[in-house]
Design a protein around this ligand. Structure first.
Ligand code: FES
Length: 141
């Protein structure tokens, strides 16, 4: 191997390495790991008595946030906190008793259905069960 071939191979492999190092994080961001999400089926979102009526709590469901709402009547409801429009995080607005997305004014009712704004689909609804002192959230099957 002469010096010219060595430099060509070295520069070519450096260029490929540089391109891969730029593309890898982009691909990982666009295609997040489904394995982690699939393995998480239940989480403890809160303890009993921790929440006041007409309030909410954000919890982690795997790598994504969830929202646990206690209605005025004391009923517990849980949804994915990721807006179905452009994936902003939603909040609970106690004055209007709706779930609100601050990014583009998307609004959902307490069943997760779209009331107004651009979200194209309802929020993913989770099952809520109480086990001892813990509020357990799980995916509906
Ligand atoms: S991201 Fe929620 S309304 Fe646009």
């Amino acid at each position: 191997m002469n010096r010219r071939n060595f430099i060509n191979i070295f520069l070519g492999s450096s260029l490929v390495g540089t391109i891969v190092s730029f593309l890898y994080p982009v691909v990982r961001f666009i295609l997040p790991s489904r394995r982690i999400e699939a393995s998480i089926k239940k989480v403890t979102a809160a303890r009993l008595g921790e929440m006041a009526p007409n309030s909410y709590k954000i919890f982690k469901f795997g790598t994504t946030p969830g929202i646990l709402i206690q209605t005025k009547e004391g009923e517990l409801r849980a949804f994915s906190a990721v807006c179905t429009h452009l994936a902003c995080n939603v909040l609970y607005e106690s004055e209007t008793e709706t779930i609100f997305c601050p990014c583009h004014n998307g609004r959902f009712d307490l069943s997760g259905n779209v009331i107004s704004g651009p979200p194209p689909a309802p929020l993913e609804s989770y099952s809520v069960e109480i086990s001892g002192e813990e509020i357990i959230i799980s995916r509906k099957t």
